[in-house]
Design a protein around this ligand. Structure first.
Ligand code: ATP
Ligand code: MG
Length: 689
């Protein structure tokens, strides 16, 4: 047996070897691996890819679908390492198709754009752009003036997105998930129709369209057989978080399931709020005749026994669940800590102290992670980390590509790429002094059906905007001629920097981000690639992935639970384990939503290998209150840890009551205001601190 196979347990090995009968004979029936957290699903998938390659599968004909670019890259690395060890230096070729459903969808759609009436240089809108476009349409339809209670742009796009991804009728979506908007059903229907038309006219696809068009493509027989012919094997990680459209796409790619492998854990389904449907994974075996092979895994290799026991206790209270409890052979004498602190300040102090203590004991900062339900929950901690010079990188929450100045640069390039893109055009035009939404709208109207440069050059702007207008026309002339990439990035930067200096007080700080953006630009093949990559897989954090590597440095990880999916650390701290945070008070509507929050806590806890702390502040900071309001409200321990399962934890108070009567004075209330300011500035945190 090859050495790499002998490192797997029997069930993992079955999954890896499934359908592989020998050299060049590896296209077996469909396979589902379903098992709890840390049981080696991702590891098994990487081994399976390697095993296929060792047995002669063509690396260029394997499609590997994961939930983030980072996860895809990690899996590729693992598979390549295994293959290289197994076959010496033999070159088997690199995987060419791995990434998220959305990124792979964009690539396939560009290949087949002509066949489905799309311009191959279509733009991709991220969620914020989509909300902006629907807002423009909303204004055009007079809906926002008509009634102030009409749903906000963000709500409109969420409703639209849910309807598209779930395939449910609008009426059902409204009743089930947005009952307070149900009275607007007719207006919303009209709005969505106009939104779809606007996207088509502007050759713009939003995230949902990438899946929708791909699924549609797979329903045109001639095109579908073409796409199908690209892949022998399709492997999907975290299948529990896919939606109806993604299931349709997979079935289109592999109608009989041969060569299809999916892995996941129904107890970790946390994307229901984006219309993911756990039924996808539960119903998978029966999609095929004969049914897909089912492999379950039983041993957890990640966490110590006490951590696993506590995690099992939490998920054991779930209303329904398919995967069974795992066992761990990793002994440990330390139960997870359930730590009560006074408030946000106490929480920040506790975490920093514990992180530093662990570092003293030999754990690198990188081996430790702080997980939060929502990005801003770590604001106070970020202040304290900065104060004590503990470097950190934050994942989830606001992303690099969402920062205003980064969006500005992208808007310019996107507008040049596709002059019909109204959201991009609006953003660029309004950067000029003397141009507001009215004028911007007129300019965009002029451009419809005309040569873009001509439409701009012949326009007479308001007097105040004459000089900046001339500069903009000059810039667009250069960009529209598609100069060699990435030289045009410099041109854009030269034009933009004076605008940035005017728009932002902290322009100097932001220049660093432009440097990083330029670095990413220099690695992209073309403007089109650059824009699509950044929209679909924006770097998670400003420093680490966005160019300025912190490779040799040590830093603490701060992450939302959603972004922590699939990962593991030696020590994990979960903040604000109180009702109102987990479950989030945004999600306490239906029992399905509550159950999803319970699974979120399970996902968070099961990231830990050796040390786990759940922090329960007595009071927690409520955002969005008036400046002088009492922003601290009393909180109680999350309902997901009822008294009955507390024995699985070590309950403690911090600081220990005997030594300190009051909360430590190291952070004063003044820092609360600082925390508010920091939230806007955390992006600069990792490198400089
Ligand atoms: P999650 O549900 O969180 O995504 P997972 O099931 O994908 O978890 P992995 O991340 O693949 O689990 O593996 C968890 C840990 O267990 C990793 O550190 C991995 O290297 C280790 N592991 C997996 N299988 C084995 C094995 N057979 N022997 C030793 N260690 C293993
Ligand atoms: Mg995994």
């Amino acid at each position: 047996m090859s050495a790499y196979l002998s490192q797997l347990n029997a069930a993992q090995r079955q999954a890896v070897e499934h359908g592989v009968r020998g050299k060049d004979d590896h296209l077996g029936p469909p396979l589902l691996v379903i098992a709890g957290a840390g049981s080696g699903k991702t590891n098994t998938l990487a081994h399976r890819v390697a095993h296929l390659l060792v047995n002669g599968a063509d690396a260029g004909r394997i499609l590997l679908l994961t939930f983030s670019r980072r996860a895809a890259a990690e899996m590729e690395r693992r598979a390549e390492r295994i293959v290289t060890t197994a076959m010496g230096q033999a070159v088997v070729g690199r995987l060419q198709w791995s990434g998220t459903f959305h990124a792979v969808g964009a690539r396939i759609l560009r290949m087949y754009a002509h066949a489905i009436g799309l311009d191959p240089s279509f733009s991709v809108h991220d969620r914020e752009d989509s909300a902006d476009l629907i807002n423009l349409v909303r204004h055009e339809q007079g809906l926002s003036e008509k009634d102030k209670r009409f749903p906000q742009k963000g709500t409109c796009i969420s409703i639209y997105s849910r309807a598209v991804n779930s395939g449910e009728p609008l009426e059902t979506v409204l009743l089930r998930h947005f009952p307070w908007c149900a009275e607007w059903q007719n207006e919303l229907r009209d709005l969505f129709e106009a939104y779809v038309t606007a996207k088509q006219n502007q050759q713009v696809l939003d995230y949902d369209d990438l899946l929708l068009y791909w699924a549609e493509l797979m329903s045109v027989p001639e095109l579908a057989s073409d796409v199908r012919a690209l892949f022998d094997h399709v492997l999907v990680d975290e299948y529990q978080d896919t939606n109806a459209l993604q299931a349709r796409i997979l079935l289109g790619l592999k109608p009989d399931g041969r060569g299809l492998t999916v892995v996941g854990d129904d107890a970790q389904a946390i994307y229901g709020f984006r219309a993911a449907d756990v039924r996808n994974i539960l119903d998978f075996p029966r999609l095929f005749q004969p049914a897909a092979r089912l492999v379950t895994l039983e041993e957890n290799y990640r966490s110590t026994e006490p951590i696993l026991a506590a995690s099992n206790a939490v998920i054991g209270l779930a209303a329904e669940r398919f995967t069974k409890n795992l066992y761990s052979s990793r002994a440990g004498d330390q139960k997870p800590a359930l730590v009560t602190v006074a408030d946000d300040i106490g929480q920040a102090n506790y975490v920093v102290e514990s992180v530093l203590r662990h570092r003293e004991e030999g754990l690198r900062l990188k081996d430790q992670a702080v997980l939060v339900r929502t990005g801003h929950h770590s604001a106070m901690l970020e202040v304290e980390l900065a104060r004590r010079n503990v470097p950190f990188v934050k994942f989830g929450g606001l992303k690099f590509a969402e920062a205003a100045h980064v969006k500005d640069i992208l808007a310019i390039l996107r507008w040049a790429e596709n002059p019909a893109d109204r959201v991009a055009g609006f953003r660029v035009l309004q950067m000029l002094d003397g141009i507001g939404p009215g004028v911007a709208g007129k300019v965009m109207d002029r451009m419809t059906g005309r040569d873009a440069h001509d439409a701009l050059a012949t326009y007479v702007p308001p007097a105040k905007a004459r000089t900046p207008w001339r500069d903009l026309v000059g810039l667009m002339q250069v960009l529209l001629a598609r100069p060699e990439w990435p030289s045009e990035f410099d041109t854009v930067r030269q034009w933009y920097e004076p605008h940035m200096a005017q728009r932002f007080e902290d322009a100097l700080v932001r220049v660093g981000d432009l440097d990083q953006l330029q670095l990413i630009a220099s690695t992209a093949k073309s403007r089109t690639h650059f824009l699509t990559d950044l929209t679909l897989d924006p770097p998670d954090a400003t420093s680490q992935e966005a160019g300025k590597p912190l490779k040799d440095e040590d830093y603490l990880i701060l992450s939302t639970i959603h972004s922590a999916k699939g990962q593991e650390w030696k020590a994990v701290y979960v903040l604000n384990v109180v009702d109102g945070c987990i479950p989030s008070d945004m999600s306490t509507g239906t029992s399905a939503e509550i159950e999803e929050e319970r699974r979120l806590l399970y996902v968070a806890m099961t990231r830990a290998k050796d040390h786990l702390s759940l922090v329960v502040p007595h009071r927690f900071y409520v955002h969005g209150q008036p400046r002088n309001g009492d922003r601290n409200v009393f909180a109680s321990r999350s309902r997901f840890i009822p008294r009955g399962i507390c024995a699985a934890f070590e309950e403690t108070m911090w600081p220990r009551p005997a030594r300190h009567a009051a909360a430590p004075a190291s952070i004063t209330t003044a820092t609360v205001d600082l925390a508010a300011r920091m939230r806007g500035a955390w992006r600069k945190a990792p490198a400089s601190r």
